[in-house]
Design a protein around this ligand. Structure first.
Ligand code: GAL
Length: 444
């Protein structure tokens, strides 16, 4: 069985129509003419002593580090003799890594390759200022033009030039739970859940003295993600498209309703949430200290790393109200313009795009392979669920992970969430986002 090809028209449209967008996207096929211009030097042609590769990422949690290590192992096997410099900056969602990266890029000191999300983050922050070299020809030479969904490749393509290759595709809107804890409290979760049932379960747990909803927002993005998922649960995929294309306003009653739900959720949080990281919150769920956590499926990487059993120790369902929608959080790697070790970097990108690497990395990371020709039977029950969901859902870009809107709006959302957690003032929250959207519009 193969992962079905999905045209991803919805995600493409949202970003194409985006109110903030001034970059032009086009099919990678348009770049065919230039495909043969970039001749790859064999890895052996590197200068003596220069067989190094610096990989920059924020993959430091247990599951993330294990998955990154799997990518390194495949690379070392495919291209022996290169010393890897593992340049990580801890902090989920790249909250601490991205500012460090920006400083390095602006200072002309780039790592060879770095982790980036498609859409706004890649094209707006890295391609537009000229920090990336195109890798378009690899899509032809390595057959990626047939192996990767065109809709996703388009999100990494500007003016017919493609700038990254995807290691995997995360599912952002997943609600995870401690199965044994819910069983003990007489709570059963079906194959989907709405807000009423979710809050009823939270009330029951609260009465039993249990913090129902685990959050680790020492990096505020984790709370922003809880809001993002809740927002989608209320406005639905069409509303999501309308919000990010400017057709729906951020003070729409539906948005305010989602803000109200998000405020209500704060009543069920673990008291130490602001001291924990996202993976510590997942750890608290495993230990039975909290019942639920709403998190992208990098959480699955933590369950796998801890040898937890799916549907026995933990379970999952789409975040309340979001069944049928899949928030994409895809992880790509770039080629720095002026990469200090260009040949080793091109080899790294070729390795990431190989079936072998995608099959080694994704089971540990929690993401599904970006390649569509991977054998589904090699993946576990969670991945089966996510692959089916990817093939049958509305695919939507994440704002919290830099895909749907420019960095300034992403930051404004984080700031507004930080303020809202304190004042719970829906009008202030909505107005801050209306203002941020206007500023993005006027910066076009
Ligand atoms: C996302 C990234 C994931 C995962 C997560 C938590 O931005 O795409 O791969 O690392 O952050 O750190």
């Amino acid at each position: 069985m193969f992962l079905a090809f999905n045209p991803i028209d919805s995600i493409k449209l949202i970003i194409l129509d985006n109110m903030h967008l001034k970059l032009s996207f086009c099919s990678p096929l348009i770049a065919l003419a230039s495909m043969f211009t970039l001749i790859q030097a064999p890895i052996s042609s590197q200068a003596a002593g220069e067989k190094k590769l610096e990989v920059f990422s924020w993959w430091t949690s247990g599951g993330e580090a294990a998955a990154l290590d799997a990518l390194f192992s495949v690379y070392k096997k495919q291209y022996p003799g290169v010393e890897i410099i593992n340049a990580t900056v801890a902090g989920g969602g790249g909250s601490a890594a991205r500012p460090v990266l920006q400083t390095r890029l602006a200072g002309g000191n780039p790592p060879d390759t770095w982790q980036s999300h498609p859409g706004w983050e890649l094209l707006g922050q890295y391609v537009e200022p000229g920090y990336c070299d195109e890798i378009t020809d690899l899509y032809k030479s390595d057959g990626w033009d047939k192996a990767f969904p065109k809709g996703l490749v388009d999100l990494m393509t500007k003016d017919g030039k493609t700038y990254a290759v995807l290691a995997g595709v995360h599912h952002g809107n997943v609600l995870w739970y401690n199965k044994k804890l819910l069983d003990k409290n007489g709570i059963t979760i079906g194959d989907k859940i709405g807000f009423d049932d979710f809050f009823a379960a939270c009330d029951k747990l609260k009465k039993a003295g249990i913090a129902a909803l685990g959050v680790g927002d020492s990096g505020i993005w984790a709370s922003a993600q809880l809001f993002e998922n809740t927002l989608l649960g209320v406005v639905g995929p069409q509303g999501w498209t309308d919000l990010f294309s400017g057709k729906m306003k951020w003070d729409d009653p539906q948005v305010k309703k989602a803000m109200g739900y998000f405020a209500k959720m704060q009543d069920y949080l673990n008291s130490d949430h602001s001291a924990l990281s996202w993976d510590q919150a997942v750890g608290a769920l495993m230990e039975g200290k909290v019942a639920f956590t709403s998190m992208g499926d990098w959480a699955e990487g933590e369950f796998v790393k801890a040898n937890k059993k799916a549907n026995e120790d933990y379970g999952w369902v789409s975040h309340p109200g979001t069944d049928g929608s899949f928030i994409i959080v895809a992880d790509g790697f770039t080629l720095a313009k002026g990469a200090p070790h260009k040949d080793a970097t091109i080899a790294w990108l070729k390795s990431i795009g190989s079936k072998e690497a995608q099959e080694a990395f994704n089971p540990l990371k929690g993401s599904i392979p970006a390649r569509t020709d991977v054998d589904k039977s090699k993946f576990d029950v969670y991945h089966q669920w996510s692959m089916n969901s990817f093939a049958n859902s509305s695919l939507l870009p994440s704002c919290v992970h830099g895909e749907a809107a420019p960095a300034a709006f992403q930051q404004a959302l984080n700031d507004a969430v930080t303020a809202f957690i304190v004042d719970k003032n829906v009008d202030n929250f909505a107005n801050a986002l209306v203002q941020a959207a206007k500023e993005s519009e006027s910066n076009k």
